[in-house]
Write a protein that binds this ligand. Structure first.
Ligand code: OGA
Ligand code: MN
Length: 296
């Protein structure tokens, strides 16, 4: 990485760094360019003892990119965005805190990226505990850059032209029991999105585009497609590509949604685990290998 003002300590060799920065420095925005560079290079960054409230979370987010604001109706690409009040979403399975979305959030237990249905998926999310779980509730991050980079060259060539179809039912069904036909019908009403399996980023780097929403590979026999997606997901989520974050009060984590998958480990619902998050708009569509970035 080029010379940086900000120090970071790798948490595993392939993903995750802890930043040596305090709340005031975060709020100043003076280190925003370095934080972005480290974030994209390391997949997830963690700041201990940040203790940010909602306003500070929004403020820090705005130094790093364009904060997404919630929208309760479906946007042009048919996707409903819910980013909470003033861009701060309360991530909780408690139906009292999240009457409409608690059931959708069960999908967070599976390896996923946020917003693969959107034409330009979110760039990054800032995440801080408000109430932690007593048992479970660690968040895991897996580098889809590292997983891609380690594939044999012939496999990279094989994957380059493939596209996966991302669906809401695929991303939610495996995380739940007792899904009602009505609920299933709502999921099915969401549009499907076809996305390249390998993302050729503007930076020139490439990553795998996987996650629970990736239902099948376009044009491939269903059984072969199922095997391929399972195999790639197991490959990409091996321990060597994963950072597991054990939360402490005051933590602030930021993940790069374009180069990492994430998931939460099951937790004690009685704990009423609640995290506050602020998400940054995406900056580029998922572009296939060999496609012109300007045209896409
Ligand atoms: C999310 C998410 C994980 C967690 O908010 O998008 O996946 O640890 N959260 O709650
Ligand atoms: Mn998520």
């Amino acid at each position: 990485m080029p010379e940086l003002k900000l120090k970071h300590i790798p948490l595993t060799p392939r993903i995750g760094s802890q930043l040596d920065i305090g709340r005031d420095e975060l709020l100043s925005g003076d280190y925003a360019a370095d934080i972005r560079k480290i974030l994209v290079e390391r997949g997830v960054v963690v700041i201990r003892d940040a203790h940010v409230d909602d306003d500070q979370l929004r403020h820090i987010a705005a130094t790093l990119g364009e904060v997404r604001l919630g929208q309760s109706k479906r946007g042009a690409d048919g996707v409903t965005l819910n980013e909470g009040e003033g861009g701060v979403l309360k991530v909780s399975l408690d139906p009292e805190i999240n009457p409409q979305y608690a059931r959708f959030l069960l999908g967070n237990h599976l390896w996923h990226m946020d917003g693969p249905y959107e034409a330009i998926p979110p760039f990054a999310t800032l995440f801080t505990p408000y109430r932690m779980a007593n048992v479970g509730g660690d968040t895991l991050f897996a580098s889809t850059y590292a997983a891609y980079e380690d594939l044999p060259e012939e496999e990279k060539d094989f994957l380059a032209p493939l596209r996966a179809v991302h669906t809401m039912p695929a991303s939610l069904f495996p995380s739940m029991r007792n899904v009602t036909p009505e609920e299933f019908a709502v999921w099915h009403s969401y549009p499907q999105a076809v996305r390249p399996l390998v993302w050729h980023h503007k930076s020139g780097r490439k990553s795998l585009v996987l996650g629970s929403a990736a239902a099948w590979i376009e044009g491939m026999h269903p059984a072969e497609s199922h095997d391929l997606l399972q195999r790639l997901t197991l490959h990409a989520t091996q321990d060597k590509y994963v950072y597991r974050h054990k939360w402490q009060a005051g933590d602030l984590a930021i993940w790069d949604n374009t180069g990492a998958l994430h998931r939460v480990m099951p937790y004690d619902l009685a704990s009423k685990r609640e995290y506050h998050r602020c998400t940054l708009n995406g900056e580029e569509p998922i572009t296939a290998v060999g496609r012109d970035h300007a045209v896409n």
